[in-house]
Write a protein that binds this ligand. Sequence first.
Ligand SMILES: [Zn+2]
Length: 403
Amino acid sequence: MIHPRSVADTVDAEATVDLLQDLVRIRSPYFEEAEITEFVYDWLDDRDLDPDYHHVSEPDITGFEGDNVVARLVGDDPDAPTLLLNAHVDTVKIVEAWDEDPCSGRIEDGKLYGQGACDMKGGLAAIMVAFEALADVDLAGDVLFTAVVDEEGPYGLGADALVRDGYTDDCDAAVVTEPGPILCQSDVENPALVLGARGRFLYDVEVTGRAAHGSQPEKGVNAVVDAGRVAEALDELEVDSHPQLGDGSVCPLFVEGGGQTLSVPESARLMADRHVVPGETKAVVREQAEAAIESLDLDSEVDVDFREAPADDVYYGPYVTDPDHPLVGALDGATREVAGVAPEVGYFSSVGDFNYFGDRADLPTVIVGPDGENIHSAGEFVYTDDVVEVARIVTAGAASYLG
Ligand SMILES: [Zn+2]
C-alpha cells in the first residue's frame, strides 16, 4: 500500500494520455454511447475494479435507453465520508466544420484534438486513472466512480438517474472533472477549483391571437407580432445578482408561428433560456416573466410555462459550495502539492450534471477540470498536461479527504 501523500505520483502521464486518446477515438455523441460505455466498463474490469452497469431509461420524451458505469472503492471506516467522482462519456453531436477526423485524437504541441477531447474525455480519463490509483491506497471513506451518459442531451439523463435511483444518497461531496476555466464567469486559469454554478430554466411561452384575413389585419390579433414583443420584454427582464455567481441572464432562443399567406397568425410560441442565481426559483422566474408580459398589455393571450421535462425535479438549480468545506481544503492542498501553486477559484457560467449534484442532491460539489479550446465546436482540443495534472490533483485530493 502507498501512503496517500505520494499517491499523486502513481498517476502515469503517458498511460493517462494514451487512455484519453483511446476515449477520443470512440465516437460518442449523446444517445449513441454504447461503445464508449462498454470501453469504460471493460477498462475498469480489466483492472479488477468491479464495475457495474446502471441502466438509464427515459421512455416518455426521448425514448432513451442506455447505461452509466459505476464502481465503488469501500473504505475501512463506515463513518468516514463518501466521495462521488463524476464525468460524462458523451459529446455534443459531431460538428460538421472539422477539417480533419473529429475523432483523431491527434496530439500536437501538447494539445490533443477531437470532439469531446476537452468536454469532457480529458476529465473522464482523469477520474479513471485517479480511481485506479486510489484502489491502491488505504482509505477510510468510500469512492464512488460514475461515468454517465447523456450530459450533453436535453436533460442530463445519466446523472438524473444516479440521483433518482439513490446513488448520491450516501455521498458526502462530489468532484466533477468538466472543463472548468474555459466556462467560468470570470477570467480563471488552471489549476483552478470551480465552486458553484448558475442554474437554468427554459421558458416555453404560448401566444394566442385571433386569425383574420391578411388584407384586414386590424380585424385580427397578430400572435407573431405579440410573440416578438414578448421576446423583447424577456430580453430586457430585470434579473437578480449573486456575489459569486454574478447576474442571472435571459436569452430568447426561437420564435415560431404563423406561416399562411393572407392570414393573420393566430398562434406563436417562443422559448427563452433563463440562467438563474440562488433565490431565482421556478416560481420567481415565472412571476418575473408574467409581470413583464402583463405590463405590455397585449391583445393576445400569453401563457408562460417551462420546457417539458421527464419529471418535475428535472431542472438545473444553482448552487455554491462552501470554500471552507473539507473537500475544498483537500483539493487546495493537493493542488499545491501537485502543481506547486495555490488554485484559483472560479464559478461556472452555465449548467451541467454538477447542478444535479450541487443543488438537487445537495452535495458540496467542486469542478476541477482540464483546460482547452473550441469546446462544442470544430477544432476542439485539450491540453494533455492539464489532464495529467487534474488526474493527480483529484487522486491526491480524494486520498486526503477520505483519510
Ligand atoms: Zn461537459
